[in-house]
Design a protein around this ligand. Structure first.
Ligand code: ADP
Length: 320
């Protein structure tokens, strides 16, 4: 608040035009004072924001470091757990083979149980180790020219068949389908998808399908790089419990399950899909899901047919 005072030598010398001119001057001066105030406020707000920014950055760095340390810890613990477990499995194998002496009926059954439980535990530890390596950016990928049909067969033959009235079928081409990928990782992802399909299907069928989508006409840069842009699609279809659309995202989160309660019906850790998706993306591909609750699900793994290392844009899957 301020006052602007003008003094005149003679009274009544002020005409209407002078009065409005002086009002204009007063208004301008008031506006300037207000602007100065605003600038001061802005500078203070700016300073506060800058301070908050510095604090946030420090907290972010702390959180990042804690995350890295947790991942390092998980990687070390998983690694240390694997060593004694390998010994347990090795000695159980020697016992089963009767190398230290022949086992009697009950003894052989007990050793088989040790081996089975040990193998399950090893699977969990390996998943944890791989997930941690993925998060630390340490997963190595070795690309090779592979036959996608052979990868499908390899995955199918290495997963325990479903129990109960579930029919397993394949719809695979008779001719080889080329894919440039890491065969060990691709088989691992397919094993995960197949074992989930077996686990969540009590009756009906599980079908493994394979198709190749030809490339759209290549862009000039793709031509120059020799990328044809084609993709290979493996589909694992089941007639199991299905998944609500609202759960499609959470099932790919680490350690998340649709039914995460302690009383849930199906075993598992919630690592399989997070790991599979991370690995598929590491190979330049993706995983998509479509499902109807109570009717079944289809999980689709899509990987580049050629040149994933040189691919710049992610693969887009259009289903249905
Ligand atoms: P896990 O199977 O060890 O629980 P995953 O990450 O493989 O972990 O799967 C996460 C969740 O996604 C499962 O717990 C289940 O709720 C859901 N899910 C995965 N595959 C299927 C499927 N084929 N049918 C129904 N639900 C599924």
């Amino acid at each position: 608040v301020g006052a602007l005072t003008f003094y005149f030598r003679e009274p009544g010398e002020l005409c209407e035009a002078d009065r409005s001119l002086l009002r204009l001057v007063a208004d301008q001066m008031a506006a300037t004072a207000e602007k100065a105030h605003l600038i001061e406020d802005l500078q203070k707000a700016n300073q506060r924001l800058r301070k908050q920014n510095v604090e946030l950055e420090a907290r972010y760095r702390q959180a990042e470091e804690a995350r890295r340390l947790k991942n390092e810890f998980l990687a070390n613990v998983s690694h240390e757990l694997r060593t004694p477990l390998t010994a347990i499995l090795g000695f159980a194998y020697l016992l089963r083979e009767g190398i230290p002496g022949t086992l009697e009926g009950e003894q052989a059954a007990a050793v088989e149980k040790i081996e089975a439980a040990g193998a399950t535990l090893m699977g969990l530890i390996n998943d944890l180790l791989d997930l941690t390596h993925l998060r630390l950016g340490r997963t190595t990928v070795e690309l090779e020219e592979c036959d996608a049909v052979a990868l499908a067969h390899a995955a199918l033959s290495s997963v325990n068949p479903p129990t109960g009235a579930v029919e397993v079928s394949c719809e695979l081409p008779d001719v080889p389908v080329p894919a440039l990928t890491d065969p060990v990782i691709a088989v691992r992802i397919l094993q995960n998808l197949l074992s989930n399909a077996f686990k969540f299907t009590a009756a009906g069928s599980v079908t493994l399908r394979l198709s190749a989508l030809p490339a759209p006409p290549p862009s000039l840069s793709e031509q120059a790089l020799g990328i044809d842009g084609g993709v290979v699609l493996w589909e694992v279809e089941d007639t199991g419990i299905g998944i609500e659309e609202s759960d499609f995202d959470i099932i790919f989160d680490e350690f998340r399950q649709v039914d995460g309660s302690a009383t849930r019906r199906y075993g598992g850790t919630g690592m399989g899909l997070a790991l599979s998706l991370g690995l598929a993306r590491r190979l330049g591909g993706d995983i998509a899901v479509r499902s109807t609750p109570g009717q079944g699900s289809v999980f689709t793994l899509v990987l580049p047919a050629r040149g994933p290392a040189a691919r710049t844009a992610p693969i887009e899957i259009r289903l249905g």
